[in-house]
Design a protein around this ligand. Structure first.
Ligand SMILES: Cc1ncc(COP(=O)(O)O)c(C=O)c1O
Length: 393
């Protein structure tokens, strides 16, 4: 049944938009005028500020979170025949990098409440081949790091955190970035802090930082990036067949002011999330996210669940209605175990991870970004209410 009281915006509200200010524009202009476009002083500054902000010993800028995860696992010597325990409720990159290294992603189901990897399931998934545990801080809410780190210490298996959604995310009052052995952030265009494309690796481990530094830029001897400066030398050594994952100064010029405004962006995201929850809590047919602490939550995503048992439409129908009202929404994520590649390679059945599967059928991510106006938020609230109320069974 189509709603009779459809409120349609004049203009489409995108699912996500970055908030770019004059400082980002000035920083890029300064960079372009300087003539130094690739990795250089701005990237060094971005790394230093990032390390200081999250409280990690090392921060290394790379060109994506995918690269960060790949380099982190490589530095921990994950290789052919190894296993990495991770969540099925994630973006393809989390597991793809495990495959790139010739290892196997071993999925552990998520907690129905938070859609984070259920830490109590990790121990049962560990085998002698397990070389890393890769939790994903889903939507920006930290996983149960106490349990994860306890298992890691007891079993001697390092933790790589996929923190693509998790800036600023706090756990027991401290920012995510130095809990596990390595933490990987994303600065993709839709992320809380963006450089268009980009990522950051943080770690307190000198051995991991050294290996990542080497492998992120061709496996060339240290300082090779300086070879076109006065201080540089033409000579270099290739110590390993490295990758090409460095972040340009043009991107870092965007990242520096973005990082400085991260808490301000977060306050706005939190405010929008609070308004959504106030509007939708108690609305039959819609389930609001379970949040342990709304300040600690990074609020990258606001994931509503559509309870189709109470409505005459399902999640897909709900999305069509939202799009019909010119409101962009998304789904995070289609669980990896039902994707053809993983399903066929490892013989997974949809029910193997019942919590991820059940969540997938219900989830829809609403627009949530600092650039949204109060009117935009009002429109999203009105549309959700209207759809749910006009399709109540
Ligand atoms: C959970 C998760 N991990 C990793 C990534 C990959 O990030 P990037 O696009 O920076 O490579 C994403 C991107 O959306 C993500 O959502």
């Amino acid at each position: 049944m189509e709603s009779k009281v459809a409120r349609v915006r004049g203009q489409f509200l995108p699912f996500a938009l970055p908030l770019i200010g004059q400082e980002e524009i000035d920083g890029v202009m300064e960079c372009l005028r300087s003539g130094w476009l690739t990795t250089g002083p701005k990237t060094r500054q971005f790394e230093e500020e990032f390390a200081a902000y999250v409280g990690a010993k090392h921060a290394l800028a790379v060109n994506s979170c995918t690269a960060a995860l790949h380099l982190a696992l490589e530095a921990l010597k994950v290789g052919p025949g190894d296993e990495v325990v991770t969540s099925p409720m994630t973006f393809t990159a989390t597991a793809a990098v495990i495959e790139h290294l010739g290892a196997r992603p071993v999925f552990v189901d998520v907690e129905p409440a938070t859609l984070n990897l259920d830490a109590r399931g990790i121990e049962g998934a560990i085998t002698p081949k397990t070389k890393a545990i890769l939790p994903v801080h889903f939507a920006g809410q930290a996983c149960d790091l106490t349990t994860i780190l306890e298992v890691s210490r007891r079993r001697g298996i390092p933790v790589v955190e996929d923190a693509a959604h998790a800036i600023p995310t706090r756990y027991q009052g401290k920012l995510v970035g130095s809990f596990g052995d390595v933490t990987c952030f994303s600065f993709y265009a839709t992320k809380n802090v963006t450089t268009g494309e980009g990522g950051m690796i943080t770690t307190d481990r000198d051995d991991v930082a050294d290996r990542v530094r080497l492998m992120h830029l061709h496996g060339m001897s240290r300082g090779a990036w300086k070879r076109y400066t006065e201080a540089g030398s033409w000579a270099y050594e290739i110590l390993a067949p490295g990758f090409k994952c460095n972040l340009s100064d043009v991107a870092s010029a965007i990242g520096i002011p973005q990082l400085r405004r991260c808490e301000e962006f977060h306050a706005r995201r939190r405010e929008i999330a609070r308004r959504y929850t106030e509007a939708f809590a108690g609305l039959p047919g819609a389930r609001v996210p379970v949040v342990h602490d709304d300040f600690a939550h990074g609020w990258h995503l606001y994931v509503l669940q559509i309870d189709s048992s109470a409505l005459s439409i399902d999640r897909d129908g709900f999305i069509r209605e939202m799009m019909g009202r010119k409101i962009g929404v998304s789904v995070h994520f289609i669980p990896l175990h039902i994707q053809p590649y993983y399903r066929d390679k490892y013989g997974y059945a949809p029910d193997d991870f019942p919590n991820a599967l059940a969540a997938f059928k219900a989830i829809v991510s609403l627009p949530l970004y600092a650039r949204m106006s109060d009117g935009d938020v009002d429109d999203v609230i009105a549309a959700v209410r209207d759809i749910v109320e006009s399709h109540r069974r």
